[in-house]
Design a protein around this ligand. Structure first.
Ligand code: COA
Length: 173
């Protein structure tokens, strides 16, 4: 079942994020950089802050029992200037995180989470959805292109003190 996360989910989301974040990193990202990113950006406290912030939507894929299968986090903010140059400055949903538990990848969970993110973006009045994904993360790039995103440029993304190279994708709503 895809539903909105609540502050009670902060611990479960952090546990899932710690397992899934490394899947999106290129092989040369060091374990130390990954550990630092998880500690700083994906802690229970970090998720609690997202869950309490009205400018974010967090959705979960919740099985009947057991741990969460996946989650997505979307932010509604004015795009930063480098991104606005690529996609325009109109209202946009930033798909900050879309992650599926390893055992559930390829089974439609990501698609279901993304569909909810798209519905929420429309409800929020966004004109498009944008995201960044590592240039080596070809599985995610294939997924995003399959659901209608186009590659519009590049950006750099800080993971544990090192800048990683991302592609930026956007989908007009
Ligand atoms: C990228 C990711 C979120 C995609 O989620 P997923 O659950 O693996 O993907 P799905 O199973 O939903 O979709 C896989 C395929 O089925 C399609 N699909 C799934 N359900 C569908 C449905 N009901 N109707 C139509 N198509 C569907 C998808 O479009 C896709 O097509 P493909 O097989 O031709 O590539 C997931 O692989 C993941 O978490 N990867 C590791 C972490 C990561 O890299 N996250 C992205 C960070 S930017």
């Amino acid at each position: 079942m895809i539903d909105a996360a609540t502050p009670d989910d902060a611990d479960a989301l952090a546990a899932l994020a710690a397992v899934t974040f490394p899947l999106a990193c290129p092989p040369e990202t060091t374990p130390e950089a990954i550990t630092q990113f998880i500690a700083e950006k994906l802690s229970p406290a970090a998720f609690l802050a997202y869950l309490r912030d009205p400018d974010y939507d967090t959705v979960t894929a919740r099985p009947d029992d057991g741990p969460l299968d996946g989650y997505a986090l979307a932010a509604y903010q004015v795009p930063p200037p480098d991104i606005a140059e690529l996609i325009g400055a109109g209202p946009a949903s930033y798909l900050s995180k879309l992650y599926v538990r390893p055992g559930s990848i390829g089974g439609g969970v990501g698609y279901a989470l993304f569909n909810r993110v798209r519905e929420l973006a429309v409800t929020r009045g966004a004109e498009q959805i944008w995201l960044g994904t590592n240039q080596q993360n070809t599985r995610a790039q294939r997924f995003y292109e399959r659901v209608g995103f186009e590659r519009v440029g590049t950006r750099q993304f800080l993971v544990g003190g090192k800048l990683e190279d991302d592609y930026v994708f956007a989908l007009k709503l």
